[in-house]
Design a protein around this ligand. Sequence first.
Ligand SMILES: Cc1cc2nc3c(=O)[nH]c(=O)nc-3n(C[C@H](O)[C@H](O)[C@H](O)COP(=O)(O)OP(=O)(O)OC[C@H]3O[C@@H](n4cnc5c(N)ncnc54)[C@H](O)[C@@H]3O)c2cc1C
Length: 356
Amino acid sequence: MRLHQPRIAVISAGILGSAITYNLAVRGADVLLLDENPRPGCGVTGRAFGWVNVINGAPDHTSYPLWREAVAEYRLLKASLPEALSDARAGSLIWRATPQETEQLADVHRRAGEDVELLKRSVVAEWEPRLRRVPECAVFSRSDLALDPTRLAGTYVAAALAAGASARFDKRVAAIETANGRVTGIRVSDGILKADVIVMAAGSAINVLADEFGIDTDIETSPALLLRYACSMPVVSRILRGPRLEIRQAGDNTLLVAKSYVEDGVENGPQTIGERTLAVMRDELNLPGDVMLASADVGDRPIFADGLPRLGFLPQVDGLYVAAGHPGVILAPLIGRLTAEEIVDGRRTELIPGPK
Ligand SMILES: Cc1cc2nc3c(=O)[nH]c(=O)nc-3n(C[C@H](O)[C@H](O)[C@H](O)COP(=O)(O)OP(=O)(O)OC[C@H]3O[C@@H](n4cnc5c(N)ncnc54)[C@H](O)[C@@H]3O)c2cc1C
């Protein structure tokens, strides 16, 4: 019999930590969320494009069943926390360099059981009238979502607080305290906060915290660039992904473009890429004259070499749990639930490997 309810501390309020805190709180756990930033979603989550999909996954990759499960979890989220998705837009159009490649993409995903449809040119032109180079055909992935990951993290945290969790922002975790091989608390600038279980969900910063114990978490970082453009009017209705551009439009008309990024001198710095991309956008889309680059931010995506996330207690320190991996926005609702089920109910998932 437990003498007291364990206190669980979650580091920190990115999309994963926020989802985990919510799932713990609604199960009645005693949970404290900590983040060094003033509000949820200030890390990589604040630089994410916000595309929830399986169409970018490869059906023959080991991560594919997990992606499918993660996207399905969004339906449960919609039922249990409807405000989390109140701004989400559904559907995306994807096309490749040739019609044959686009048809192949549709075939592969249709055979895998996905809800995709091959649209012909006239339909694409009607749906997205501002496209200047309308492809011969495009894959319509009906159940994809476009959402604001920062807003989602904030909704999770607000719901967690309403369910009894507590949170401390502007609190940098300096170290994890242990005694006799198990966690006892978290060291912050003004003292030590007691904890029986600590969930490290701090993205690539987990490496710093784990390094203290000589643990190599194998988390690598993969930089990507999020470009935001101010725009005065609606331009695109869905996520569009062609060979030259991945773009969507937010509710306030901001245009968002995601790109992979390699640090490669000033001429390939974020701002310059942002300006160059605007020229591509004008070439691909009939844009109003006032579209301007508003920000160009690089985010370090936490990834593992095998493309799968990691979830579970570290064998080296009792009570120390790790939750990390990419693509975090897609995975967050599922990782949130699975983490809470393992910590509160002792139910371990077979979907995601544990840390070594
Ligand atoms: C350009 C771009 C586009 C992307 N597009 C998508 C997409 O469309 N779909 C998708 O699923 N994923 C996408 N991603 C990936 C996604 O953003 C990440 O997988 C996800 O945000 C990681 O979330 P996280 O909670 O693990 O980490 P983070 O959001 O980085 O959260 C970590 C938190 O830890 C806090 N922290 C760090 N150290 C400490 C400390 N010592 N003490 C206290 N707090 C600390 C930080 O303040 C931060 O809030 C994209 C990423 C980029 C860069």
